[in-house]
Design a protein around this ligand. Structure first.
Ligand code: ADP
Ligand code: MG
Length: 290
C-alpha cells in the first residue's frame, strides 16, 4: 500500500550545517497492515510520516501510495491523492472555535464535498465510529484528551481514507485512555481495512497495536521485524533501541549507590552518551524526558 524507496529529507540549516532528518529510508507497508515506527525524540519519525503524504516533500527518493508515485504529481492530483490519507497528531489539532461536528465537517469541506447535508451525514457517521455522537454540539475545550483524539480520528476517517497516519496519537494521554484510543485504531483497521502507520516512542503502543515494527535512529530505519517477535522468547533485537523495546521500561537507582559506591570508571550518569548507548534502561529514561 505504501512504498518508500530511498527517501531522504534534508533541512537547510539557518546559517548552520544542513540537517538530514530522514536518511535513505526504504519501507514497504502492506495494504491493511499496521506499521509501527519507534524511536527516540529527534530520530526523524515525524518527518518520515509527513513524507508519506508529502506534507514534507522528501529531498530525494520515491513515495508510492496505492500504486501512485506521489512526488511526480501536480498540485491538483496531489491534493486528491492526499484525501486517501487521514492524519492524527499528539496534540489533536482540533479547531477550538468550531464544534465537534463542525471540526469533522471542515475536513469534508477541504476534501471538496460541496453538499452541506452530505457533509453533515458523513460527519455524523464518522463520529458514530468512535462513539462520540453525544458530543457533536460541544466545543473541543469541553472534551477530555481521549475524547478530543476520538474526534480527531473521526475527522480523519470522514473522507474515507485508505491510509491513516498517526503521529504519537497517545503520547498526551494516560494509560487507560491510551488503551481506548488504540482499540478504536485497531477496530478501524479491522473493519475498514485501513492501512495504519503509527509513530511513537512508547513500546507498549507498538506491542499492543503494530503488525510490523521499524526502529528509527538518526534518520535511518536501523531495524525491522514483525511485532509478534516481541513476545517470542529468545528474540533479541540487533540494536540497543530495539532491545529497549523488550526491557521492562524505566528503572531508576534511588539509593545513590550507583554513583558513589561504584569504582570511578563505572560512575557514569545518563548524561554520559556512552553509557546511554550501552544501557537500554538509561537510554529509555533519557528518551522519556527529552
Ligand atoms: N521543519 C524543520 N526544519 C528544520 N529541522 C527540522 C524540521 N523538522 C524537523 N527537523 C529536525 O529533524 C530532526 C528529526 O525531527 P523529527 O522528524 O521531528 O523527529 P521525531 O519525530 O522522531 O522526534 C530533528 O533534529 C529536528 O530538529
Ligand atoms: Mg515527532
Amino acid at each position: 500500500m505504501i512504498s518508500l524507496s530511498h527517501v531522504s529529507t534534508t533541512f537547510a540549516g539557518r546559517g548552520k550545517e544542513p540537517l538530514t532528518a530522514v536518511d535513505d529510508v526504504s519501507l514497504h507497508v502492506p495494504r491493511g497492515s499496521i506499521q509501527g515506527i519507534i524511536g527516540f525524540s529527534g530520530a526523524g519519525k515525524s518527518t518520515l510520516l509527513r513524507n508519506i503524504n508529502l506534507l514534507e516533500r522528501p529531498t530525494s527518493g520515491e513515495v508510492r501510495v496505492a500504486g501512485t508515485e506521489l512526488t511526480s504529481l501536480d498540485d491538483a492530483a496531489l491534493r486528491k491523492a492526499r484525501h486517501q490519507m487521514g492524519m492524527i497528531f499528539q496534540g489533536f489539532n482540533l479547531v477550538n472555535n468550531l464544534t465537534v461536528a463542525q471540526n469533522v465537517e471542515l475536513s469534508l469541506k477541504f476534501a471538496g464535498v460541496r453538499d452541506r447535508r452530505e457533509r453533515l451525514r458523513r460527519a455524523a457517521e464518522a463520529l458514530e465510529i468512535v462513539d462520540i455522537t453525544d458530543k457533536t454540539a460541544v466545543y473541543p475545550a469541553q472534551l477530555s484528551g481521549g475524547q478530543k483524539q476520538r474526534v480527531a480520528i473521526a475527522r480523519a476517517l470522514a473522507t474515507k481514507p485508505e491510509v491513516l497516519l498517526c503521529d504519537e496519537p497517545t503520547s498526551a494521554l494516560d494509560p487507560f485512555t491510551t488503551a481506548t484510543v488504540l482499540q478504536y485504531l485497531a477496530d478501524v483497521n479491522r473493519e475498514f481495512g485501513i492501512t495504519v502507520v503509527i509513530v511513537t516512542h512508547e513500546m507498549d503502543v507498538i506491542k499492543a497495536l503494530a503488525d510490523n515494527v521499524a526502529v528509527m535512529e538518526d534518520g535511518r530505519v536501523v531495524e525491522e521485524f514483525p511485532a509478534q517477535e516481541l513476545t517470542r522468547e529468545g528474540f533479541n533485537p540487533r540494536t540497543s533501541i530495539g532491545r529497549y523495546l523488550l526491557s521492562d521500561g524505566i528503572t531508576l537507582d534511588r539509593t545513590g549507590r550507583s554513583r558513589t559506591d561504584l569504582p570511578a570508571q563505572d560512575r557514569s550518569g545518563p548524561e554520559d552518551s556512552e553509557s546511554v548507548q550501552q544501557n537500554p534502561t538509561l537510554a529509555g529514561a533519557a528518551g522519556g524526558v527529552r
